[in-house]
Design a protein around this ligand. Sequence first.
Ligand SMILES: NC(=O)c1ccc[n+]([C@@H]2O[C@H](COP(=O)([O-])OP(=O)(O)OC[C@H]3O[C@@H](n4cnc5c(N)ncnc54)[C@H](OP(=O)(O)O)[C@@H]3O)[C@@H](O)[C@H]2O)c1
Length: 304
Amino acid sequence: MPNIVLLAPNGQVGFEVARAVAPLGNVSSLSRSDVDFSDIKATITKVEALDPALIINCAAWTAVDKAEAESVSCHLINAALPGALATLAKQKDAWLVHYSSDYVYPGHGTTPWQEDDVTGPLSVYGQSKLDGDIAVIEGTDKYLIFRTSWVYAARGNNFMRTMLKLAQSRDTLSVVADQIGSPTPARLIAQVTTLALQQVFTKERQKENASILSGIYHLTPKGYCSWCDFAAEIFSLASTHGMPLALKPEQLTAITTADYPTPAVRPANSRLNLNKLEHTFQVQLPSWQQQLALTFAELADKNI
Ligand SMILES: NC(=O)c1ccc[n+]([C@@H]2O[C@H](COP(=O)([O-])OP(=O)(O)OC[C@H]3O[C@@H](n4cnc5c(N)ncnc54)[C@H](OP(=O)(O)O)[C@@H]3O)[C@@H](O)[C@H]2O)c1
């Protein structure tokens, strides 16, 4: 069984990936209680000591607005760390899995972005994620970079949980309706990551050239919506599951990005084309509505 080192098992994606990849090898996790990842040298020493055949980097600076004022710290975690992990992976002939973002694209138009489209981040966070992708690609040959968007989960800080909390106490809510993307559950990211890694390891066992699978892949469910559509679907499912909400569906108001200014600029078009992932790994991605319904079933099960 290969040694797998996973960074940040307590984040939204890290929590799900830690469980999903367990059948693939001996998983060791490193979190903030082991080492502060902004100390890159100390982090690399810890990862190296675990002799990985696979490194999965779920760590990230995800505070998009805060990054505008703290670009150095953001860059350290989102770009310098993946770069150093790539160098280590190359030295050890290990695979590296890294996660990236729709925020690397310039956000205009309505056409879904393809992995090889020209990038053009609009924010410090977006630039740091792009720099991280470039550092991985330049640092090693055996990598999978999954660019995802609008991540949520039954646990952690995310839009779904924020909406549910707000709708319990407020009877009106205004949500942005001119940014379009795909809400992506952390669990789907973990499941698809595992599926892709199974194919990588199968190729390696068969002494085939697995590095042809290296690359950037978009990973979201199918279909697109606005944040306001996403909120409406959340409230509809909440009502189906009998969750008590103060907010009535007609009291949800669609607003524009201009009505809700934030320190970091968000892309209006976060649509990601999924063909490359579906074709390379022979997966069929489910719709975002089906994935949200599954997450609600999980919430209801656990009474979260
Ligand atoms: N969230 C989104 O909407 C979104 C959208 C597109 C792409 N992505 C990408 O998806 C990936 C996973 O995101 P996520 O939503 O799972 O993020 P998350 O929940 O914010 O998790 C990030 C993890 O990184 C850890 N971390 C950050 N700085 C650290 C440090 N200095 N030392 C040790 N640990 C540190 C955090 O630990 P603590 O909990 O201790 O702080 C946390 O466990 C990231 O690459 C992100 O850029 C996310």
